[in-house]
Design a protein around this ligand. Structure first.
Ligand code: PLP
Length: 404
């Protein structure tokens, strides 16, 4: 009998991952030992999908929408997605600019594959969603980080850092406004300056708008809405958060037609098409009653308010109140000092063991950059109810305010 030899391809050494899933596994193990866990670590949602979306999907299954469908998505949904974005963005997309994807995440690698040549430099946010860096490096590009800094009201884009990082090899920029993990929301003036930088250096941008509709105050603005930017942006949209459909896996891309065509061609090669009957659920999501979405936002706003209030009541914790996303990125530098810790992992594990509060830290969102002196953790409040938030943060306060 021959023994199979597993010789994995060398490119896998360049593939990163979402280390937040490892935190999940640790939390699950802690819970399995009979402990209560307060889950702030994953950006999943414990809010159900609005029932009329489920009904429309079941109807589509019964109506036989169970075969393959076009790789770019069913025409009716492509048209609706384009209209929906045009309404909020003031853009001019048609069905030909819209491609349906199995979630927002797969678009990140497809964007890189379609637009980046090996050796190109790509600007990406750090702290930021870890998949950008992973995919840039996996496909042979150079991932160049840019950062956020604490402003008066919230985190702000380090625009000077972005401008300074540009070289003749810089080709792409990834922007995740309404940002995971910081909750940063760019001011119009920041977006205007960013648009100028993009145009001046002839860059193309991926605008990851996963949280565009997870907005508690004010209105979201897209980089693509600014003059001359529609042709320089690809938009990542998703049904995951807006309609509490994370596990359904449905998203969309909107961008210039040649790029949309390239994405559809990548779809042919990858998954053939996004799930057929779910696209009918998505049609219902966009055209039906919006009170389900409004209720999701109401629930999350209440959680945000509670979390921010309780976190700022902890001696040594400083937390902004973001107008969007479902993430908080409190500064815990003083607490870590008090505990004599400079290792994020030790702090996180000790908090879990002592309190059951499970969260990610700054290190789950990219390697800390040179000169970083402050310490942050990330709390997602999308998967924990208000009552548990109160209990969890009371325990965390006791832990944080105690000495070593
Ligand atoms: N982009 C950001 C910034 C995210 O935080 C997420 C998910 O957490 C995604 C994209 C992908 O979402 P999905 O693939 O569920 O649409």
């Amino acid at each position: 009998m021959s023994t199979a030899v597993t010789r994995l391809a060398s490119r896998l050494s360049r593939l990163g991952t979402e280390t937040a899933f490892a935190v999940s596994a640790e939390a699950a193990e802690f819970a399995a030992r009979g402990n209560k866990v307060y889950p702030f670590h994953l950006g999943d949602m414990n809010i159900p999908t609005p029932p009329h979306i489920i009904d429309a999907t079941l109807r589509a299954m019964r109506d036989g929408k169970t075969g393959y469908c076009p790789s770019a998505g069913i025409p009716q949904l492509r048209e609706l997605v384009a209209d929906d974005v045009n309404r909020t963005h003031g853009t001019h997309y048609t069905m030909k600019n819209a491609v349906i994807e199995p979630g927002g995440k797969p678009l990140i690698s497809k964007f890189i594959l379609a637009m980046m040549n090996p050796g190109d430099e790509v600007l990406y946010p750090n702290p930021g969603y870890p998949i950008y860096e992973s995919q840039i490096e996996f496909h042979g590009g150079t991932a160049v980080p840019y950062s956020y800094k604490e402003g008066a009201e919230n985190f702000e884009l380090d625009l000077d850092g972005i401008a300074d990082a540009i070289t003749p090899r810089t080709r792409l920029l990834i922007l995740n406004d309404l940002q995971n993990p910081t909750g940063a929301v760019a001011q119009i003036s920041e977006l205007e300056r960013l648009a100028e930088i993009v145009k001046e250096h002839n860059l193309f941008a991926l605008c990851d708008e996963a949280y565009f509709h997870m907005r508690y105050e004010g209105e979201s603005t897209s980089l693509a809405s600014l003059p001359g930017m529609e042709e320089r942006c690809l938009l990542l949209q998703t049904f995951s958060k807006r309609y509490a459909m994370t596990g359904w896996r449905l998203g969309a891309a909107l961008g210039p037609e040649p790029l949309a065509d390239a994405l559809a061609k990548l779809n042919v090669n990858d998954e053939s098409c996004s799930n057929h009957f779910i696209q009918y659920g998505a049609i219902e999501a966009l055209t039906g009653d919006q009170s389900g979405h409004e209720e999701i936002v109401r629930i999350l706003r209440e959680r945000r308010d509670r979390c921010v209030e309780l976190l700022n009541d902890i001696d040594g914790v400083r937390c902004f109140k973001p107008e969007a996303t479902f993430y908080l990125f409190p500064n815990v530098t003083e607490v870590m000092k008090r505990k004599g810790l400079s290792d994020y992992s030790a702090f996180r594990k000790r908090a879990l063991q002592k309190t059951g509060v499970s969260f990610c830290t700054r290190t789950h969102f990219g390697r800390p950059l040179e000169g970083e002196t402050e310490y942050y953790i990330r709390l997602a409040y999308s998967g924990i109810d208000v009552a548990d938030i109160g209990e969890a943060l009371a325990r965390f306060k006791e832990f944080a305010e105690a000495g070593e």
